[in-house]
Design a binder for this molecule. Structure first.
Ligand SMILES: C[S@@+](CC[C@H](N)C(=O)[O-])C[C@H]1O[C@@H](n2cnc3c(N)ncnc32)[C@H](O)[C@@H]1O
Length: 430
């Protein structure tokens, strides 16, 4: 990302390619998740604009650059309506944080992709692509953005777009919409750090858009958060530096549940019980803490780390770079994909999982179920799943049913760590 930007003549098709130098850390291979096996599980996009889309679209006509330049950027389009509107008048370059959402968009508009009128960044050939690269390669002077939940994610998107616009020496408008109940003054301030003017627009129902114009010059790159984790690796105290980008879970902080899992796992590693592990996986790698531990603690093992979230892949890449040792380079594979989709069945000896339990304020058990099924599928018979969950949730029967016999390794007031041994037979028949 430190690459100097000069305006290119190339079209926005190039936005889909991830230049080697742009990938986090440069070194870990980022695989595309090409396997199509769980197509049916992809998020289907609803057919029509929701209120939050309409809060942005209502003001689109006021932006002359949209009509004149014929191309817009669309960031985190969750319904497809922003893209559909952009395609009515021209070309769209879309950037989605979630790989599933990126694929859902591509599935919704195959003809536009075929005709070169829609580019979904990162899908072809290998993603994710930094947003700044995408914005810089596009001719668009407007971005429609679904406001992210995390302020740090908004800061990341706003700075990336403003920096690209400043490098292209153009005016640029960012129209970001969200539900009023989730909007705060801090969002205006974050946008105002990257743009000279920020105005709230008239609301539509319970949603509203913020219009940011005038990208600031000489902006710093989006910040990379820095933190660290104190762990024991084969009994010896070690510090693992962590990096966090945008809206990655936990930023650059070590999650307390993951630390409990690692403390318990390290006793088993030290006892030699995992010496035969040749392949290990970190399912939902976030900022890369568990992956970094696996690389250090199991010198004989190959490690695959995957996350559906582009910020997580960026963060894990940077964390691995900071714990880099030459011998790690060929042992790790980083995948932007949901649920280990491209990882072959029964190919891993060990999977670590710290799954999400909440979708918004409520507990959503289906989030864990899909990840348990993914773990069961990729584990070889006899392979082990180590999972941490909040102690007040009862996941043991679910893990037992979907993966195999369970043993509770440790439990404290907040977290419980379970180990399950994968049963023989196809995961679907368990
Ligand atoms: C609770 S965080 C744990 C992150 C990290 N492993 C840690 O220990 O700090 C869960 C992670 O799972 C990712 N995730 C959620 N659903 C996923 C899915 N279906 N496939 C891959 N990753 C997923 C989220 O993006 C998030 O980074």
């Amino acid at each position: 990302m430190a690459k100097a930007h000069t305006r290119r003549a190339a079209g926005a098709e190039d936005a889909g390619a991830a230049p080697e130098a742009a990938r986090p850390g440069g070194a870990p291979r980022v695989m595309p998740g090409a396997d199509q096996t769980d197509r049916a599980a992809l998020t289907a996009l609803p057919d029509r604009a929701d209120q939050t889309d309409r809060a942005a679209l209502e003001h689109l006509d006021r932006l002359p650059a949209v009509r004149e330049c014929g191309e817009i950027l669309v960031i985190d389009d969750v319904t497809g309506a922003l893209t559909a509107t952009g395609l009515e008048t021209g070309r769209v370059v879309a950037w989605q944080t979630s790989r599933r959402a990126a694929e859902a968009l591509a599935e919704r508009f195959p003809q536009a992709i075929e005709a070169g009128r829609l580019v979904v960044a990162g899908l072809d050939p290998v993603g994710p692509v930094p947003l700044e690269e995408v914005a810089w390669a596009s001719t668009a002077e407007t971005a429609l953005v679904r406001l992210p939940k995390a302020l740090l994610a908004l800061d990341h998107r706003a700075r990336a777009l403003a920096r690209a616009a400043a490098a292209r020496d153009i005016g640029f408008s960012l129209l970001a919409s969200g539900r009023v109940k989730h909007m705060t003054r801090r969002q205006n301030e974050v946008l105002a750090a990257a743009f000279t003017q920020v105005e709230a627009q008239r609301g539509v129902g319970k949603s509203r858009a913020l219009l940011a114009t005038g990208p600031r010059k000489d902006l710093e790159q989006p910040p990379v958060m820095a933190g660290q984790a104190q762990v024991t690796v084969r009994g010896a105290a070690e510090t693992i530096p962590l990096c966090g980008v945008g809206g990655v879970f936990g930023g650059a902080a070590a999650d307390a549940g993951s630390l409990l899992l690692l403390a318990s796992l390290d006793e088993v590693v030290r006892g030699g019980e995992l010496d035969a592990v040749e392949t290990a996986g970190d399912l939902g790698c976030g900022n890369g803490l568990l992956t970094a531990y696996l690389l250090r603690a199991l010198p004989q093992a190959r490690v695959v780390a995957a996350d559906d979230d582009a910020d997580a892949i960026d963060s894990t890449g940077r964390t691995l770079e900071s714990v880099w040792r030459p011998e790690f380079r060929d042992r790790v594979e980083l995948r932007w994909e949901p649920s280990f989709r491209g990882v072959p069945d029964q190919s891993l000896d060990l999977v670590l999982l710290n799954p999400p339990f909440h979708d918004g304020p409520g507990v959503d058990p289906t989030l864990v179920q899909g990840l348990l099924d993914a773990a069961a599928r990729v584990l070889r018979p006899g392979g082990r799943l180590w999972m941490v969950h909040n102690s007040h949730l009862r996941y043991r029967p679910e893990v037992e049913r979907r993966v195999g016999p369970v043993r509770q390794r440790v439990r404290d007031r907040r977290f419980t760590v379970l180990e399950a041994v994968s049963r023989p037979g196809p995961a679907a028949q368990r």
